[in-house]
Every structure is written in structure tokens, then in C-alpha cells.
Write a protein that binds this ligand. Structure first.
Ligand SMILES: [Zn+2]
Length: 386
């Protein structure tokens, strides 16, 4: 097709102008059919916003994008069509809405693919609708109703930060759920060699019970998601639900990592977030504190914090992190992890991080400076270490 370009006139130009007007890129309706200078500017702005090459003409690609841009959310039922997926501005709006609320719809690319369909099904499940992944009038209404109440992020995150701000710095009476990963028939990473045959499930359980002791001593109510030898491995979604039902203030999942390359080592911490920059602000803060305290107190390599949309992090309604404390497949990390004194340092780091989470930012203290054995006294005295 020959591109439609500045200077052209006719019904095709009129149609292009109608779409651009609908997108607020052209002033409302004189109904003209001329590709004039304002139309060209509008086409360029449109192309830029869609990541198309910006030439101010309407070729096949820009035409398809304009065609997709006509659709307004609610004007048609959206579903995962195979092999030709539905494309349109309504899909993009839906994806942005889902991402804003914390559902992993992938990128807001205006294509109703499998990931968008799964995100819709998840939303439907949590809203008590039939989780069929199809966005019809019912789901649309629920979104719309929510839309007026929920602006700028998943409501629970707003509640999260608020609750923390209001609660003050004491740990006494808070509920922390500790989640030792794997267990039962699932040992996690296994390292068969060496005098001590540790599995990931064993190591993280040991870490969890040490952490339980330290936090309990600081006045925290602590729950573990599993015992040392559970009959079966609890799925991540169930672990999250357990933490929700206990009304946990903080959720900490403990794992060790593994890699085919024995040179891979270090600690990494994960919090909820998506590629699009949607993130749990309090989860991110907790992850940063845990990561920095562990690196400072143990010398493990800093593999940084990362946003992930894993079920465990997405379904939990409180600040939640997953820590991968070293690589069992790394001889260096493994040598440290089998040392109980090293595990105590990891645990102290996590306790310090949880405590700092409740300090107002302006009263926060340097990493590595909290003596966790004196937490109770510090808090009772109402002072913060410098
Ligand atoms: Zn694991």
C-alpha cells in the first residue's frame, strides 16, 4: 500500500483524523478530510508513542496501529484468540490496569496473549468471578467499580506503608511468618558430596528456626510455614495464603541457590514487582535492607535485589521477600553455610533488617550497626543506635 501522506485528501484521511481525534492528538471534529500540518504532527506523535518509525506518513504498520487504537475498553469482549490474538488500545488499557493493581500481565503491548489471559484469570479468581481469562461485561464491571476506588497501585500496598508508618519502631507484638523453602518430598538443591550431606530444605529450616528464636526474643510472634520434616511440600500459593490468614506483618522466605557452574555464588533478595516497574514499595525496601545487612555481616557476594512476580510474592498481602542465601553448588558458599556461626550471622542480619524496616526513614541507622542481642532494650529505651 502506498503510504497516505501530507497533502492527501479523502475518506481514508478522514478516518485517520477521527482516530487521532479520539486519542486527543487532534482537536475535536471539524470533520475535515485533508492531511494537513496538524494531522502530520498528530501522526508523528502517535508513531512516537507506539514505538513506530516516526515519518509522519500512514503506511501499513501505522495503519494497523491506528486501527487497533480505535478500541475503547468495554466496547468488545476480550479473550485469548489463537492463532490471531486480539490487538487494540482496549487491550493496552486493560494490561496497564492489571499491572497497576499488581497482576503480571507482562508488558502493556496491546496484544491479548496468554500472559494477559492468565492475569485476567488471576484477577477473576481473587474477585470471586469465574476465572476463564476472558474479559467480558462482568469482569469489565468489576474493574470499573474498582477503578474508582483504586488509584495508583494495588490497594494493599497503600495499606502496607500506612500500617508501618503508624505502628512505630517496636517489634513487640508483631507477627512475622518465616517460610523455609521446599521440604517433604522436595529437598531443593542437593549437594551429595562432602562429609555433611546438607540439602537446601535442611539448611533453610535450620536458618528459619534460628531466626524464629531471635525474633521471639525481641517480642515478635513468629510462625513457620512448615516443620523440619513435613509429609509433603506446600505449594507457594498456600504458603502465601497461610501468611495472609495469620495476618502477618512481614513475610520472609528462605532459600539457597544453585547453579551448574560451581563458580556462581552470592546472596540475592527478591520482592514483588514486574518488568513494567510496578513494585511493592515496602517489599522493595525490606528486600534492600535484608540484602545490605546480609552482605555487610557475612561477606557473601552481593547479587543484589530483584523484582519478581512470583506467586509467593504476589499473593502475600504484607511486605514479603525471598532470600537466596548463597549457592549450595558453590564450594565457598557451601563451606560457610554448613558452619552454624555463619548461619547465626545470616540470622542476625535478617533480624536487623526487620527492625530497620520499622524505623522511620529519617531515623534509620547504618547497615551492620544494630546489635540484635539488645533490640528489646534499645526499643524500650526509645533510642536508636547510631
Ligand atoms: Zn529453593
Amino acid at each position: 500500500m502506498r503510504p497516505i501522506r501530507p497533502g492527501d485528501r479523502g475518506p481514508a484521511v478522514a478516518e485517520i483524523r477521527t482516530v487521532l481525534t479520539g486519542l486527543d492528538l487532534l482537536p475535536a471534529g471539524d470533520g475535515g478530510d485533508e492531511f494537513d500540518a496538524p494531522t502530520e504532527r498528530a501522526v508523528r506523535a502517535f508513531q512516537q508513542s507506539r514505538g513506530l518509525s516516526v515519518d509522519g506518513r500512514v503506511g501499513a504498520e501505522t495503519w494497523r496501529a491506528l486501527d487497533a487504537a480505535r478500541w475503547r475498553l468495554g466496547a468488545r469482549t476480550l479473550y485469548h484468540a489463537v492463532p490471531e490474538p486480539l490487538i487494540g488500545e482496549d487491550v493496552r488499557t486493560l494490561q496497564e490496569r492489571l499491572l497497576e493493581m499488581g497482576y503480571d500481565a507482562g508488558r502493556a503491548d496491546a496484544i491479548y496473549g496468554i500472559r494477559t489471559s492468565r492475569a485476567v484469570a488471576q484477577f477473576q479468581r481473587e474477585m470471586g468471578l469465574k476465572p476463564d481469562g476472558t474479559c467480558g461485561p462482568h469482569t469489565m464491571n468489576t474493574l470499573r467499580r474498582l477503578g474508582r476506588k483504586v488509584v495508583g497501585g494495588r490497594p494493599q500496598w497503600l495499606r502496607e506503608s500506612d500500617a508501618i508508618r503508624q505502628a512505630g519502631p517496636t517489634l513487640v507484638g508483631r507477627t512475622v511468618v518465616i517460610d523455609p523453602g521446599h521440604g517433604g518430598t522436595d529437598p531443593g538443591e542437593v549437594v551429595p558430596d562432602g562429609p555433611l550431606r546438607w540439602t537446601e530444605a535442611d539448611i533453610v529450616y535450620d536458618l528459619a528456626s534460628r531466626l524464629e528464636g531471635r525474633l521471639a526474643a525481641a517480642g515478635v510472634r513468629v510462625h513457620l510455614t512448615r516443620g523440619p520434616t513435613p509429609g509433603a511440600c506446600l505449594p507457594d500459593g498456600d504458603r502465601a495464603q497461610l501468611a495472609n490468614s495469620l495476618g502477618a506483618d512481614v513475610f520472609i522466605s528462605l532459600h539457597t541457590d544453585g547453579h551448574a557452574n560451581p563458580a556462581a555464588d552470592g546472596v540475592a533478595t527478591y520482592h514483588y514487582g514486574t518488568d513494567n516497574g510496578v513494585t511493592s514499595a515496602t517489599g522493595e525496601r525490606l528486600a534492600g535492607l535484608v540484602q545490605r545487612e546480609i552482605v555487610a555481616r557475612t561477606g557473601l557476594r552481593d547479587c543484589r535485589t530483584h523484582a519478581k512476580a512470583w506467586e509467593l510474592l504476589r499473593l502475600t498481602k504484607m511486605p514479603a521477600v525471598r532470600v537466596e542465601v548463597g549457592y549450595l553448588t558453590s564450594p565457598a558458599d557451601r563451606g560457610r553455610l554448613v558452619d552454624p556461626r555463619f548461619r547465626d550471622r545470616v540470622v542476625e542480619a535478617i533480624v536487623a533488617a526487620v527492625q530497620r524496616m520499622y524505623f522511620p526513614i529519617e531515623r534509620d541507622v547504618p547497615t551492620g550497626s544494630i546489635d540484635v542481642s539488645e533490640l528489646r532494650a534499645i526499643v524500650a529505651a526509645g533510642t536508636v543506635v547510631d
